[in-house]
Design a protein around this ligand. Structure first.
Ligand code: ZN
Length: 302
């Protein structure tokens, strides 16, 4: 089916959100498969954050990170994905007291043997604040030539003001990294504006931009793509239902929209599945091909 064939570029997928329940059991032998599946049951954004944290806690060693990466890469390749930008929550590694250098060495080795092209978005956690973000940005800047193409901010976007991260973002940009924050997922268009003012190259989600015509024009004119993840938005309660998802409105407004899986294990979704959903939402084959082409155009790596 054309919807599956064209979905070859994934720009927003979290490594830590890709741990299938079976893999969680291999990482933590005390977990039963039923317990592992139960970790991913939630119906609010706060519940989702807890599920993400439960997965992250099972990544205890560099080898665990490599197992996660190998598993994600083979799953993406099996779906026909040929290029992926994977979000790696470096801020969480530091918070857990693990060695970022050792974890990164394991991930680099995994990327080198991956059956697709992998680039990395190094992510910090918004609720941890500006100081840890600056440390991670300095680390990412020093490793920019190693497949890291961008610096991002994830987590709870209502927790801290965007401006608190200005120094971290400036350091990453100075090192040639792009800036790909999460914004306008659960909060407001104002949060998207704040990240646009800070020089965002793409926006994770950005769906709240839909009610702000001036912002939509800004996104369109500056060619800032939105990394949209419909299943994620429904599962976290960011939108009440697929029927009410603003994907169509954003597309019709001429914004560069892309489709992505976000956290495929937690949300039980896939890139091809998101394209199939968009078809159910009324997108034609030609429109879906445009969305797939947007992802290829807005990818940072080569
Ligand atoms: Zn995300």
């Amino acid at each position: 089916m054309a919807t599956v064939i064209c979905a070859d570029t994934e720009l927003h997928v979290h490594l830590e959100g890709s741990l299938e329940p079976e893999l969680l059991c291999r990482l933590d032998s005390s977990l039963t498969i039923a317990e592992a599946r139960a970790l991913y049951r939630f119906d609010t954004f706060a519940g989702f954050i807890e599920a993400f944290k439960a997965a992250v806690r099972r990544l205890q060693t560099p080898e665990h990170y490599a197992m996660a990466a190998d598993s994600l890469f083979s799953s993406l390749a099996a779906q026909g994905v040929r290029y992926a930008e994977v979000i790696f929550s470096a801020g969480v590694v530091e918070w857990k007291g693990q060695s970022l250098d050792e974890v990164w060495a394991a991930l680099r080795t995994a990327s080198d043997r991956a059956p697709l092209t992998v680039r990395w978005n190094v992510d910090v956690v918004r609720q941890f604040g500006g100081a840890p973000a600056e440390r991670v940005a300095a680390w990412a800047a020093a490793h920019g030539g190693e497949g890291i193409v961008s610096f991002g901010i994830g987590g709870d976007e209502t927790a801290r003001p965007a401006e608190e991260f200005a120094r971290a973002v400036a350091a990453a940009r100075e090192a040639g990294l792009k800036f790909t924050p999460h914004a306008g997922e659960t909060s407001t268009a104002e949060n998207v504006w704040a990240m646009v003012r800070m020089g965002a190259d793409r926006i994770g989600h950005g769906i709240r931009a839909v009610g702000d015509l001036v912002l939509l024009a800004e996104l369109r004119e500056r060619g800032i793509a939105l990394e949209i993840c419909p299943t994620s938005n429904v599962r976290t309660g960011a939108v009440p239902s697929l029927a009410e998802h603003p994907l169509r409105a954003l597309f019709d407004a001429g914004v560069l929209v892309t489709l992505n899986s976000d956290d495929p294990a937690i949300f039980e979704c896939s890139l091809g599945g998101e394209f199939a959903l968009a078809r159910e939402m009324g997108f034609s084959g030609a429109e879906l091909e445009r969305i797939a082409e947007n992802a290829r155009r807005c990818a940072f790596g080569v």
